[in-house]
Structure formats: C-alpha cells, structure tokens
Write a protein that binds this ligand. Structure first.
Ligand SMILES: Nc1ncnc2c1ncn2[C@@H]1O[C@H](COP(=O)(O)OP(=O)(O)O)[C@@H](O)[C@H]1O
Ligand SMILES: [Mg+2]
Length: 386
C-alpha cells in the first residue's frame, strides 16, 4: 500500500459524502531567520481574555493550515504593550456561509463549547476566546509551533517502536480524559494531521470540529450517535454501518494510528473511499513482514481494531486496560502526564512565532466570496453563543 503524501480528507454529514475541497499542501518554504520587527511604540496593556475581540485586534503573520471548513492563521495582536504584541496565537477562521451550506452549524458550536470545557489538559491546545462578525466565526487558540505529526511521519517514513509508544501514550491520556474524566466526549477525527508537536516535542491535539459530548444514559452506558463523520482510513466499522456508535470509535482510530506510526501507512487504504469502507467492514488488520513489528505492538493494534464488544479501552476497565497492555510495559503514566519523558523529535523552532514547521498556503483574499446576506441573516441566530 502506498504512503500518502497529501492529507486525508474528512467526511461529514449523513451520507458517505466525499469532502468538498482538497487540501493544498505546498512545499515548505523557509521563513526568514529573524522574526519581523515589532513597532517600537508602547500601548496600553491588552488582555485578550477580558474583552470582546474583533479581527482588527490582530495582524496576520501567515496562513499555517487550511481544512475543508476553516483557515488557520498565525496572528499577533495589533495593539497592547510590546510584550502583548510579541505574543502569537493561532486564529481559526470559518466562513459562516460555508458552515451553513456544509451543514456544520452544530459541529462548529460544539467545537467552540468543547474546546472551552476541556482546556487545561497538557496534550490539548488551549482555547483562549471566540468571536464573530458579519461573515466569519473566529476561534483564538494557543499557537503550537512544532507543526503536524503528519509532516514528521512522512519525513521519517515510519517511527521506531519507542517513538510510536511515546506518542501513543500521550494519546491514551487524551482519550482517557475526554471519555472518562470529561464524561463521554467522542473526538471522532484522530489522525496525524490533527496531532501537533509543541516546542519540546510533546503532542497537542487540535481540531475539535467533529468532537461531540455524548455522555452516558441512566444505566451508565455511553449514548450512541449516528452522524457519519471522521476521515475514511480511521473510521471504525460501526460508523460505516450507520447503526449508531459511541466514544469507542476513538480507540479504533488509536489502533490505526499505532499501525501507521510503525509502518508509515494505514492498514486500510484505497484511492476510492468506498473501497476503504469495504475493507474496514470486511477485513481484519494484516501485518507486513517488513518492517518487523513486535508481538506486543501487533497485539495492542489487533485488540484496538476489533469489534467494539471486545475492543480494548471499551470493555470494562476502560482506558486503564490500554495503559496496562504490555505494549506500554514499564511506562510511568504519571511521568507521561507530567511530560517527564523527553520528546523523541524536537521541532526546529528558531524563535517565538516561527512558522517554518508548517507548510505554506496561498493567502486567498477572504473578501472574494459573495457574502450571501440573506443566508447569514436567516441563520445568524444559531451562532449567537459564539
Ligand atoms: N493551535 C494551533 N497551532 C498551530 N497550528 C494549528 C493550530 N490549530 C490548527 N492548526 C493547523 O491548522 C490545520 C487546520 O486546523 P483544523 O482545526 O484541523 O481545521 P479543519 O477543521 O479545517 O481541519 C491543522 O491541521 C494544523 O496544521
Ligand atoms: Mg483538521
């Protein structure tokens, strides 16, 4: 199976729909060695968390990511003290008409709310604020400078087992937190494009665009949801069968990810998504001769990528069973949480606000598209909480 050089596209909605746009991922042009000089004039302090923000409060440095629904820009404050203006942030920008047309209103509102609810975990990107104007919704996040794990995996081709274990362990703590501590949040889009590295090489998960709080019913069983969303290669079979699924889908995706870390490709792959779905539903994960994968790794992958009634992380005991698996033998979970293990890849970051770890994207004129006044007027009340 061929390793993919392009990002995999998410799917969303009620049918097995392909995504609308393709994700341009141009060759990584290098940034100048020095950060752009800051204006020397000093202003009053500006606290981003204490006031209603607007786009004029920020200057764009450059686009660092584009997805089907959003554009993410590296930004700095356009006023405040010199210290305020030296800070950088990631600003996720969503066009309201696109959100409405692609039926993503609920997803975007959940994304904003869940980001706010879960902030403060060491391996999640911190939400700072959200705001909106006539045409756009904005989510202001901590900037994670190391770039996507996707880029490193393609560069290294595959990871050795201790590197794969390091990232997998941090993801296990994320899932334990979302599913168990937070009371049933399904993330639903675990993949290397959404896993960023911080300056020390630890994971930061971004993109809560498909996250949903499912919760538990009166007897403590996780509540099911039905929407087909996620990215084809990482979808659990129960999502494809459309008979309802739970947070268990994230443990399946972790199995696919560990396989991908160790081999450089996902176990189920085809150019046509429908063929991927068929493979997921009909086949079991098969391991290659080369590279040789340890028995412990094969076992954890097989136990994660199995029917949800037997799936590790889902069966009684939850995340604790995953942590106790022999693939993680010797792992001090408290040390993982406290980031005491050294990151296996240290991103080449030269200064605060360096964006060289991200691909470059064309800076499209965001005013180009027609604003569809009526559409915004009819639906604007859905965005009131933003
Ligand atoms: N906080 C952040 N810091 C740095 N880069 C980010 C941040 N959030 C997102 N990105 C970059 O932007 C890309 C797209 O953002 P994402 O939230 O995944 O949007 P989409 O919902 O369109 O996929 C990510 O894959 C990542 O490369
Ligand atoms: Mg994304």
């Amino acid at each position: 199976m061929a390793a993919m050089s392009m990002h995999s596209q998410p799917v969303y909605g009620l049918g097995l729909l392909p995504a609308a746009d393709s994700k341009a991922n141009s060759s990584g042009q290098r940034q100048p060695l020095q950060p752009p000089p800051l204006p020397q004039k000093s202003f009053e302090p500006f606290d981003v968390t204490a006031r209603r923000l607007c786009l004029r409060d920020f200057e764009s440095v450059r686009t660092i990511g584009t997805g089907t629904f959003a554009r993410v820009q590296l930004v700095r404050l356009s006023h405040g003290t010199i210290t305020d203006r030296s800070k950088v942030y990631a600003l996720k920008i969503l066009r309201k008409t696109k959100v409405i047309k692609l039926r993503q209103i609920d997803h975007v509102c959940q994304e904003r709310q869940i980001l706010d609810d879960v902030k403060g975990h060491p391996f999640l990107t911190d939400f700072i604020a959200s705001f909106s104007d006539h045409d756009f919704l904005y989510i202001l996040l901590d900037y994670v400078p190391g770039g996507e794990l996707f880029t490193y995996l393609r560069e290294y081709r595959r990871f050795n087992e201790s590197t794969a274990r390091f990232y997998a362990a941090e993801i296990v703590l994320i899932l334990e937190y979302l599913h168990e501590t937070q009371g049933g949040i399904a993330y639903r889009d675990m993949k290397p494009e959404n896993l960023l590295l911080d300056a020390d090489g630890h994971i930061k998960l971004v993109d809560f665009g498909f996250a949903k709080r499912l919760g538990n019913d009166e007897s403590g069983h996780p509540v099911k949801t039905y929407t087909l969303c996620g990215t084809p290669e990482y979808l659990a079979p129960e999502v494809i069968r459309e008979g309802g699924y739970t947070t268990a889908v994230d443990w399946w995706a972790l199995g696919i990810l560990i396989y991908e870390f160790l081999t450089g490709y996902t176990p189920f792959w085809h150019e046509d998504s429908i063929e991927i779905y068929k493979q997921i539903v009909e086949k079991t994960v098969a391991f290659p001769q080369e590279p040789a994968i340890s028995e412990a790794a094969k076992d954890i992958i097989s136990q994660l990528c199995t029917d949800r009634s037997r799936r590790l992380g889902v069966v009684s005991g939850g995340a604790a069973n995953v942590k106790a698996h022999r693939f993680f033998a010797g792992t001090d979970w408290d040390a993982v949480y406290r980031k005491r293990y050294q990151g296996p890849i240290i991103p080449p970051i030269r200064y605060l606000g360096d964006a060289q770890c991200f691909s470059t994207y064309p800076e499209e004129d965001i005013d180009e598209e027609d604003c569809a006044d009526n559409m915004v007027k009819n639906y604007d009340h859905y965005f009131e909480g933003f």
